[in-house]
Design a protein around this ligand. Structure first.
Ligand code: C2E
Ligand code: MG
Ligand code: MG
Length: 308
């Protein structure tokens, strides 16, 4: 029902708006009423546009990678970098991954996009290796669950390593806990094959899911990346949360006993870095060390040997 004067609207737009609103009402559940919300509509249209243009954007290479250092908590040495994708959208400007990774997973565009990310990160890591042979730098690449299920990740990784010349030992793949939970059959075989190749497997955002260490320790996983929410409790001199520190300390000890290394995400202050180091975390990542930066900033960091 159109109950208000709709300023500057054509009949077709009005019909469309009514249609959209009807759809929302239905989607929200039976016997509901809903008002047209221009913001919700804009959001929907943007999602739709982004979703439709993802695949061609991969072909046009509208994406680029930023890299964020992974730093040894004991010695401050840069051990590796995480590759984080950005979309240089011709219309909407630079988009963070939370705007499009979910869509790419829904549409399956994550498969070609993920392949591009992997190839670009490995090519860059090989360049760092050749330029700085004495400072081995691991590149850590995020992998979405669909890449494990819907594509031949093992063949892609093997092909890209051969093509770029990057040793497998300088590549780490980050998967979330939910991506590997219940993995049996093919996905587990893929993880095993990657691990046998010498590629490291890390569990991203650890602590947000089941946190089933007993289960994870049976998978070919070498690193846990502790979710930022754990580290937040370390922040405040104002309100330190001793429970957080106790939990993280116990987690780190258990992980070490199971042969896993631990990286803390979202390290934002010197104090957090110091306390995480004290309780045995191996590496840290976060704004305290560096924001995600373009590849040439990492090169500069390696050339000067300056700690980030
Ligand atoms: P993630 O893998 O957990 O990456 C870490 C995120 O935390 C990054 O957000 C990074 O910018 C942010 N971060 C780093 N240090 C700090 C800090 O000190 N404080 C706070 N508050 N945040 C910090 P970003 O770049 O927006 O990426 C978001 C997520 O998108 C990533 O989370 C990852 O799950 C996903 N993603 C990024 N690139 C890719 C990709 O190439 N493929 C796939 N499948 N997912 C990706
Ligand atoms: Mg990650
Ligand atoms: Mg993470």
């Amino acid at each position: 029902m159109v109950e208000r004067p709709a300023a500057g609207t054509h009949a077709t737009e009005l019909m469309q708006a009514a249609d959209t609103t009807l759809y929302w009402a239905k989607a929200d559940g039976k016997a509901r009423w809903t008002l047209f919300d221009p913001e919700r509509n804009a959001h929907r249209m943007t999602r739709q546009t982004l979703s439709n243009t993802l695949r061609p954007a991969v072909e046009r290479e509208e994406f680029d990678l930023q890299y964020q250092p992974l730093v040894g908590l004991g010695d401050g040495v840069v051990r590796g970098v995480e590759a984080l994708v950005r979309w240089r959208h011709p219309q909407f400007g630079t988009l963070a991954p939370n705007r499009f990774i979910g869509l790419a997973e829904e549409t399956g565009a994550i498969v070609p996009l993920g392949r591009w990310v992997l190839a670009t990160a490995c090519r860059q890591a090989r360049r760092w290796q050749l330029d700085h042979p004495d400072e081995p730098l691991v590149v850590s690449v995020n992998v979405a669950v669909r890449q494990v299920w819907d594509s031949d990740l093992v063949a892609d990784v093997a092909g890209i390593l051969a093509e770029t010349g990057l040793p497998a030992s300088l590549l780490q793949l980050e998967l979330t806990e939910s991506a590997v939970m219940g993995s049996a059959g093919r996905p587990l075989q893929q993880l095993q094959a990657l691990s046998d190749m010498g590629v490291a497997i890390a569990i991203d955002d650890f602590g947000t899911g089941y946190s089933n260490l007993a289960y994870l320790s049976r998978l070919p996983v070498s690193t846990l990346k502790l979710d930022g929410s754990f580290v937040h409790g370390f922040r405040a001199e104002e309100h330190p949360n001793p429970a957080d520190e106790t939990i993280v300390e116990a987690l780190v000890q258990l992980a070490h006993r199971l042969g896993l290394t631990v990286t803390a995400e979202c390290v934002e202050s010197a104090e957090q870095a110091e306390r995480l180091g004290r309780i045995g975390c191996d590496t840290g990542q976060g704004w305290f060390y560096s924001r995600p930066v373009p590849a040439d900033r990492i090169s500069a960091l390696l050339s000067t040997g300056v700690r980030p």
